[in-house]
Design a protein around this ligand. Structure first.
Ligand SMILES: [Zn+2]
Length: 277
């Protein structure tokens, strides 16, 4: 935890899908309004850091979503990330690239992959991340090795499994938790009508997955960040311990400001500041 006199300020970003330039432009504007740099940026997956067509070929996605995106310019150092950024993997990633370092790595300066399961201490905040999404049939099986790329579906690389969840649980506690899909059971009854018959949510009860929720209940973070649904939402989970977890679901960068969140931590207190429109 940061001390009471130390304020940590960071931005959270929803699915990027290769639109790094747009993300950086938005963040620069917010930092100007704030009149201070961000301490760091957290991103919730579907980042799509493709260096080239070969990386892109290892991503699971329908043809119409298969775009190289902006990352190559960052990889070639023609553009740069102004602040340290930490991301998890979503279900649309070049896993042929990311899985060369399943424990996480720095892709280019200021751009860090947290790995399949990762933990990092940022300015006194313990940030835990779990990459991938849940699928019942894949949960209890091992992920294929990188050498199987080309002979198995790229989808097989997009799921987290039981071992990943166990590894995350062993981390014990977190201040901030990053997951790609939403934890289940976070939608307030009064909001449930808004989740009826939507993409990826026939109704509010089917939104999210129970393993992300298990991590929320076990690690009891102050804040959970997630994406995947391309929709902004604020939920909360009250624990028997008396602690409360804020769950902040972010839209995608293409949708504009709803993809961004601005957070302040001081001591044990976490607050979200509304963004400048
Ligand atoms: Zn997405």
């Amino acid at each position: 935890m940061p001390t009471d006199s130390q304020e940590v300020v960071f931005a959270a970003v929803g699915d990027v899908h290769g639109h790094m330039n747009r993300m950086v432009d938005h963040l620069r504007h917010q930092a100007e309004v704030l009149r201070r740099p961000f301490d760091f940026i957290l991103q919730v997956g579907d980042f799509e850091p493709h260096r080239d067509e070969a990386d892109l070929a290892t991503m699971s996605a329908p043809a119409k979503y298969r775009q190289l995106g902006d990352f190559a310019a960052y990889h070639q150092a023609r553009r740069r990330f102004p602040w340290p950024l930490y991301f998890i993997g979503g279900n649309h990633e070049p896993y042929g690239y990311l899985d060369t370092h399943p424990e996480g790595f720095e892709l280019v300066r200021h751009c860090h992959y947290l790995g399949r399961v990762g933990v990092v201490d940022l300015h006194g905040l313990r940030v835990v991340g779990l990459s991938g999404i849940y699928q019942e049939e894949s949960f209890r099986v091992q992920r294929p090795p990188l050498s199987a790329l080309g002979s198995v579906s790229t989808k097989a690389f997009t799921y987290f499994n039981e071992r990943d969840v166990e590894q995350a649980l062993e981390l014990g506690r977190a201040d901030v938790l990053l997951v790609h899909d939403w934890p289940s059971g976070i939608i307030a009854p009064e909001d449930s009508a808004g989740f009826q018959g939507k993409r990826r949510s026939p109704n509010a009860d089917t939104v999210g997955n129970e393993y992300a929720r298990l991590l929320v209940d076990a690690l009891q973070p102050k804040l959970v960040l997630c994406g995947h649904m391309h929709r902004s939402y604020r939920g909360s989970v009250h624990h028997a311990s008396g602690r409360t977890t804020q769950v902040r679901c972010l839209a995608s960068v293409e949708q504009g400001l709803d993809a961004f969140g601005l957070f302040h931590f001081r001591g044990d207190a976490c607050s979200e500041t509304l963004l400048d429109r």
